[in-house]
Design a protein around this ligand. Structure first.
Ligand SMILES: Nc1nc2c(ncn2[C@@H]2O[C@H](COP(=O)(O)OP(=O)(O)OP(=O)(O)O)[C@@H](O)[C@H]2O)c(=O)[nH]1
Ligand SMILES: [Mg+2]
Length: 303
């Protein structure tokens, strides 16, 4: 996949710059994972946020290990711009096969995250009960939000915090940077999200992660990723693609040129402006303008 070649190029460039930097990437991953491990040690419950449009690619295989098998809630965010039918199939699949509870959220439209709060309290209760059994004083359950870049972690935290009343200052004895926010008397939230480190060598996912904007834009070629997105949309949602870009007259897979010409995105010489088109198509998809779309289906994992 072309985006991946680009990512490899980037890594090579980085390595060529300085021999001392040759292990920059594994080092970066190790550091990020260490931080995540430290943060997760502070909490009882992990709220794992994924993008509902790519529930496979936006998960992180190693999370269970990194978070020391803490109870987890899988949060499929951006449900408002995902395909509702596929989201419901994913929820059924997760319930039957993944073995951890899950909910859907639309953090930037819905004000109500009470279902998430309720689930977090259920997941954290055994820990508090065990404190009581040991004769210790009960305390509020502590949770944190974890996920890949851009899946909506901050949006969820902001929504949760707005629901809460009082900010709780830094606690003695824990990392100085850790700020706790009281969501309700039973639940506190670590107000910084844990960002899951990106493994660039995990190549099969990189293209889709680029499409949903989880990878920095200077790490890939927008035209290539955009064309790949058009191919995926043509395969999965041909009518939505054709309708949005008025491509009814195009019989085969549309090119970026076809879309640019249809939308009259032209360079000064009159030819199709594919650069502008690539960025517009990515932006349209990312913002749900082409429609409610999910790029991964349950059938993919059942094959
Ligand atoms: N449509 C839609 N957009 C969302 C949702 N949640 C977040 N967004 C948007 O997605 C983008 C990323 O959201 P953030 O909350 O910043 O994501 P993040 O996971 O904190 O990202 P990083 O801090 O970069 O790791 C923003 O433009 C949000 O407005 C959602 O449920 N639906
Ligand atoms: Mg954030």
């Amino acid at each position: 996949m072309s985006v991946l070649v680009k990512l490899q190029d980037l890594k090579k460039k980085q390595e060529n710059k300085s021999m001392a930097n040759i292990h920059w990437y594994p080092g970066h991953i190790a550091k990020a994972e260490k931080k995540l491990r430290e943060q997760s040690n502070l909490v009882d419950v992990i709220l794992e946020v994924v993008d509902a449009r790519i529930p496979i690619s936006s998960r992180y295989d190693n999370l269970n290990k990194i978070t020391n098998q803490k109870p987890r809630l899988l949060v499929l965010n951006k449900a408002d711009i995902a395909d509702p039918l596929l989201t419901s199939q994913w929820m059924d699949y997760i319930k039957e096969n993944v073995g951890i509870p899950s909910i859907t959220t639309s953090a930037n439209v819905s004000k109500d995250l009470s279902a998430l709060i309720k689930e977090a309290v259920i997941l954290g209760k055994p820990k508090i009960d065990s404190l009581i059994t040991k004769g210790m004083r009960p305390r509020a359950i502590r949770a944190m939000v974890v996920g890949m870049p851009n899946v909506g972690k901050s949006s969820i935290i902001n929504k949760l915090i707005r629901k809460g009343k009082a900010k709780v200052g830094p606690k003695a004895g824990v990392t100085r940077a850790a700020q706790w926010v009281r969501i309700n008397p039973k639940l506190e939230l670590l107000d910084t999200p844990g960002i899951i480190p990106m493994r660039l060598e995990d190549q099969a996912r990189a293209g889709k992660l680029a499409m949903v904007n989880s990878i920095s834009e200077n790490a890939y070629d927008q035209i290539e990723v955009s064309q790949e997105l058009v191919e995926l949309l043509y395969e999965k949602y041909p009518e939505k693609l054709k309708k949005h870009y008025k491509l009814q007259d195009i019989a085969d897979l549309p090119t970026l040129e076809d879309i640019a010409l249809s939308r009259k995105w032209l360079c000064s010489g009159g030819e199709a402006d594919t650069t502008r088109c690539a960025s517009a198509v990515l932006s349209d998809f990312r913002n749900g303008r082409i429609g409610k779309i999910t790029l991964e289906s349950v059938a993919q994992v059942q094959d």
